[in-house]
Design a binder for this molecule. Structure first.
Ligand code: SF4
Length: 333
């Protein structure tokens, strides 16, 4: 899969770097001073690169842990995210990463210990003892590249020792073998994102099927793990009522309500600049051209559609789950 690996000189002898390089003995390996030379280079084409992305092994120096955008949360007073990777193995047509980065190459920051130090600092500075959730999987998929990154293997034991701190691993992957090797703990939420099968087949390229993701959730539930369901982004389409109803029914038919820590949902929306970049990559993509309106600097569905789809899904979810476990990001509700 990965043919070329760029390695920052400063971490070429890092044990994690060496371990990764051993997994790709036939790759072309190129040393560089800074990952940004490769990743932020202008006039790269995200879409073309996506067919054969390179891996960039790098060291992160700052901004290890950041507050989540306003309104994103699953019940805690304080919410932070951290990204050991930039970019994702999968290729969802609606993915905001396409509009955020110049490149679709994968950046992996190997200095995991520095992330841990920053997370510890946030916890220590929480003098008021407010509930904290850390999110992983904001700039990548938390599990999809586990066989290369060993992210779960490193971070789960760390969070296992922090009984009052929540960690969400967000994913569309079914690579759950590593997780199943650990004892489950209630403050770790494995959160799966879904769109209905009809939308997923057309728009989620390389992503495990909806059915296999539900199966993965079932296995984790049987093993005692807490789960999240993320209907984010909700996509408006002709059969949206039938399709979202079926998706929700299929999930709750297999996975018991008690396994769910939280459900979150929100309609698709993009900052204007990001939207322009994505729609330039895919000018014929109907998903990106239909129904949208511009309001201030945001491109989204018109208010009435956004409210309609979010409230429809929310109401239907209440058939299965207590309302206080549902978090919706509709700014108009
Ligand atoms: S799984 Fe998530 S991060 Fe990966 S391409 Fe799809 S939307 Fe983007």
């Amino acid at each position: 899969m990965i043919k070329t690996i760029y390695i920052e000189k400063s971490i070429k002898n890092h044990p994690r770097t060496k371990k990764i390089l051993k997994k790709f003995p036939n790759s072309t390996q190129i040393l560089c001073d800074q990952y940004k030379e490769i990743f932020n280079r202008k006039k790269q084409n995200f879409r073309i690169q996506k067919s054969s992305p390179s891996l960039i092994i790098a060291k992160k120096f700052n901004n290890f842990v950041l507050p989540t955008p306003k309104g994103l949360g699953i019940g805690s007073n304080k919410n932070y995210y951290f990204s050991h990777m930039l970019n994702c193995l999968y290729d969802c047509r609606y993915c905001f990463l396409q509009g955020m980065y110049e490149s679709s190459n994968f950046v992996l920051f190997v200095n995991f210990e520095s992330f841990v130090k920053s997370i510890e600092k946030v916890i220590k500075n929480n003098l008021s003892g407010e509930k904290i959730t850390f999110f992983s999987g904001y700039d990548c998929d938390s599990l999809a590249m586990e066989s290369i990154t060993d992210f779960v293997k490193f971070f789960l034991p760390f969070f296992q020792e922090k009984p009052n701190i929540e960690i969400e691993l967000r994913t569309k992957s079914v690579s759950i073998k590593r997780i199943l090797n650990f004892e489950p703990f209630d403050t770790c939420i494995i959160a799966f994102s879904f769109t209905p099968d009809e939308i997923a087949r057309k728009n989620e390229h390389g992503v495990p099927s909806v059915k296999s993701r539900i199966e993965a959730m079932k296995k984790l539930s049987n093993a005692g793990w807490k789960l999240g369901l993320r209907l984010d982004p909700i996509i408006y389409h002709l059969n949206y009522k039938y399709n979202y109803k079926k998706l929700i029914d299929d999930i709750f038919l297999k996975v018991p309500e008690k396994s769910f820590h939280s459900i979150s949902l929100g309609a698709i929306r993009f900052p204007r600049k990001m939207y322009n970049k994505i729609s330039n990559l895919y000018p014929d993509e109907k998903l990106l051209s239909k129904h949208f309106v511009k309001e201030n600097k945001i491109i989204s569905y018109p208010k009435h559609i956004e409210s309609e789809i979010v409230s429809y899904c929310k109401e239907y979810l209440k058939k299965y789950i207590d309302e206080n476990k549902i978090f919706s990001f509709d700014p108009y509700l």
